[in-house]
Design a protein around this ligand. Structure first.
Ligand code: GAP
Length: 453
């Protein structure tokens, strides 16, 4: 199993993920996806879209704006309640999440972690002071406070008149506030889903854990609108969908996945569970599943004074649809895939990513770079494969080193053009997973690759 440090190092070394603005010292909890990373990220995103939008007749897509009317966030409850309990070091004012400080202290001291979700600020303070918990710099803490996670910005050029806006903290709200437009402009009937992928922003206090917790990240969410009847069945159906995504589509090791029901439900929700993955530090959330009743449409109807209802064309019943929400963290899916695919074996590091997700599917090598005939032939092969597959070209160094590089970035097949190719038009194809090599005719190469998809 890979450590966090190993994955962070591989990600940077091979161009998956870089610390943001590193030449200026970086910015905590902000990362950039490099040339390999964007391919993997895009492959996950495209696969998700294909699975949940392209293949489904009753799920449609949406791309709502990052900026929304500020009342959206008041109506949703984010302005009043989207916060984490924060404490700061009384000396140097470094910020910590009070619940995380308590959980870490309990783990270090082999104590049972209390249910911090159900502790008010005074109870968190009491736990910290009575157990003499101090900051990592050895100082006492100030009192716990609620810290809102929404990033604020201002609209307009004159500072004083400027209206305060928020960077969206989830993609979900766009799907609720556009509900009526979607209903009026399509021929959809309840039940139907709206899917959205996009960037969201949260002013997270906790630092570390690489791309697991960032200030800016991407969500892929589906809000499934239904009549609220038999919600348990609907919940179970989407539970299965999630399991299918991770186990059968992303091919994640089943033993590393575990459902975790929320310890405390928000007042309007009837059920909420997270699917966790065994990250290097322990099981942590990658996906959420929530049955939110009719709260979302009702609250926006109330605050906007617009009707957000549905009239059943068969029964004539008019009601506010309920929402079953499934929410995936794209970056956490990415991180999980890296971890799940990482192996050290037979003196090599290899990323056994599924073919359809691997950044490059094939690498093409001319055996040497100073033989014009070989390079020309290899170029022809590169162009042939490159029409259909993301293909890597490498003519530097010895073949062994080129294989090692491709193993580390997860390329399933390597094709070498050698002197024999010039006589019989065959190439050597080497498998990432088995390291076996086969001689394949150039004319059969595309079908050979297809058979490995
Ligand atoms: N609309 C529901 C919602 O936003 P959430 O559990 O707050 O639910 C959904 O977030 C998903 O977004 C999580 O399951 C997680 O994968 C991802 N996520 C949340 N906070 C994140 C962060 N700071 N960095 C990266 N991913 C995050």
């Amino acid at each position: 199993m890979a450590t966090l440090e190993t994955l962070v190092s591989l990600a940077k070394r091979r161009g998956f993920v870089y610390p943001s603005s590193e030449i200026y010292g970086g910015l905590a909890n902000v990362y950039d996806y490099g040339p390999l990373g964007v391919e993997l990220l895009r492959n996950i995103r495209d696969l998700w879209w294909k699975e949940y939008v392209t293949k489904r007749h009753n799920i449609v897509g949406l791309e709502s704006a990052i900026f929304m009317h500020p009342n959206v966030w008041k109506a949703s409850g984010h302005v009043a309640g989207f916060s984490d309990p924060m404490i700061d070091d009384a000396e140097n004012h470094k910020r910590y999440r009070a619940d995380h400080v308590i959980a870490d202290w309990c783990k270090e001291n082999n104590k049972e972690v209390p249910d911090t979700d159900n502790m008010i600020l005074e109870m968190l303070d009491e736990f910290i002071t009575s157990n003499h918990i101090i900051s990592t710099d050895g100082n006492a803490f100030n009192h716990a406070r609620n810290f809102n996670l929404m990033f604020k910005t201002k609209l307009g050029s004159v500072e004083n008149d400027a209206e305060e806006l928020y960077l969206r903290a989830e993609t979900a709200q766009g799907m609720y506030v556009d509900f009526k437009n979607i209903l009026d402009s399509t021929r959809l009937q309840v039940p139907f889903g709206v899917a959205q992928q996009g960037r969201v922003f949260r002013n997270e206090i906790t630092k570390g854990k690489f791309i697991f917790r960032m200030l800016e990240f991407q969500q892929m969410e589906i809000q499934y609108f239904f009549n609220g009847k038999e919600w348990e069945k609907m919940f179970e159906q989407w539970r299965q969908e999630q399991e299918n995504w991770y186990q059968n589509i992303l091919k994640i090791n089943k033993s590393k996945l575990k459902w975790k029901p929320h310890a405390k439900l928000i007042f309007y929700a009837k059920a909420a569970e997270d699917l966790t993955y065994q990250f290097p530090w322990g099981a942590d959330e990658v996906t959420g599943l929530h049955y939110r009743t009719d709260y979302d449409l009702s609250t926006h109807a109330k605050h906007s004074a617009k009707k957000l209802e549905y009239r059943d064309p068969f029964t004539g019943e008019v009601y506010v649809p309920h929402v079953l929400e499934t929410t995936w963290g794209l970056d956490r899916n990415f991180f999980m895939l890296l971890d799940n695919a990482y192996f050290e074996e037979e003196g090599r590091v290899v990323l056994k990513l599924p073919f359809n997700l691997a950044p490059y599917k094939v690498a093409v090598f001319p055996l040497v770079s100073n033989k014009e005939e070989l390079v020309k032939k290899a170029n022809g092969v590169y162009e042939q494969i490159g029409k259909n597959y993301m293909t890597y070209w490498d003519d530097r160094g010895n073949i062994g080193k080129r294989y090692r590089y491709q193993d580390e970035v997860g390329t399933p097949l390597c094709v070498t053009i050698d002197y024999q190719t010039l006589t019989d038009d065959t190439v050597t194809v080497r498998s990432r997973d088995t390291m076996a090599q086969e001689r394949v005719a150039i004319t059969n190469l595309t079908s050979y690759i297809m058979a490995h998809e």
